[in-house]
Design a protein around this ligand. Sequence first.
Ligand SMILES: [Zn+2]
Ligand SMILES: [Zn+2]
Length: 304
Amino acid sequence: MLPYASVQDAETAIGRSLTAAETLWFNYSATKSDYFLYCHNILFLFLVFTLVPLIYLFIEFVFSKNIIPYKIQPKVKLSFADNLNCYFDVMRMFLLVVGPLQLVSYPSIQMIGIRTSLPLPSLLEIISQLVVYFLVEDFTNYWIHRFLHGKWGYEKIHKVHHEYTAPIGFAAPYAHWAEVLILGIPSFLGPAMVPGHMITFWLWIALRQIEAIETHSGYDFPWTFTKYIPFYGGADYHDYHHYVGGQSQSNFASVFTYCDYIYGTDKGYRYQKKVLRQLRDGLNGDEKQNGESHAASAQDNKSE
Ligand SMILES: [Zn+2]
Ligand SMILES: [Zn+2]
């Protein structure tokens, strides 16, 4: 809720005219409580979990022939019913864990100082903070994920997320309830270290999930803008982690590739890429290669 009765009051307080975006924010948020604004995340997450995988599903069913070269594991095809079942499982978790977690975590948002006030942050401020959030999340998630691949963590918790050896968009948030809670920590750490505006926080929560859905989509499209982000892992990178499954000691990072490179946990993936390149060169561009994808890999780095 904003401490101004009118746009004029707000302009007097910040010493200049409001921008169009600020006027819009004033009109929308002035009479709404900060708690209510924070809870918008529940709606945004619901929309992201529903609509973004639906776009992938739509493309898959309508353009299946055209996009098959970009499917990472083309031999695996889940039916519409499989997709629907996965979505219902995710929604059950959403209602029982994700939603309630949002409802009760507001005091922590208050404590770290996420603001709803005017002026709005500049685009540069928003982008800089989002970069920090992604870097902090990636590093923390890497270590938690790696821990979850220990015997206890995998058997008790992480195994659920790995039920999909050829992931689909809907399966991005598909996980044990404990994993959903634990992986909330890396998402929260960035904003705790560099607190920003509520709009930046909304964007962060939505973009992180959209990124997770892309990396679980099962498709590696060459035209996505994420291809231009330095050290970005992407769908092929994380798909390999699922393909190898429980024994995987490769590709733990959620967003970027540098952690796996630094800590030496990308050897299996790099070996697979090397083998695929050699096979491709050997076959002189024979398209048959596309159908083999991860299966052409001799082994994951199980020896690590
Ligand atoms: Zn894993
Ligand atoms: Zn995954």
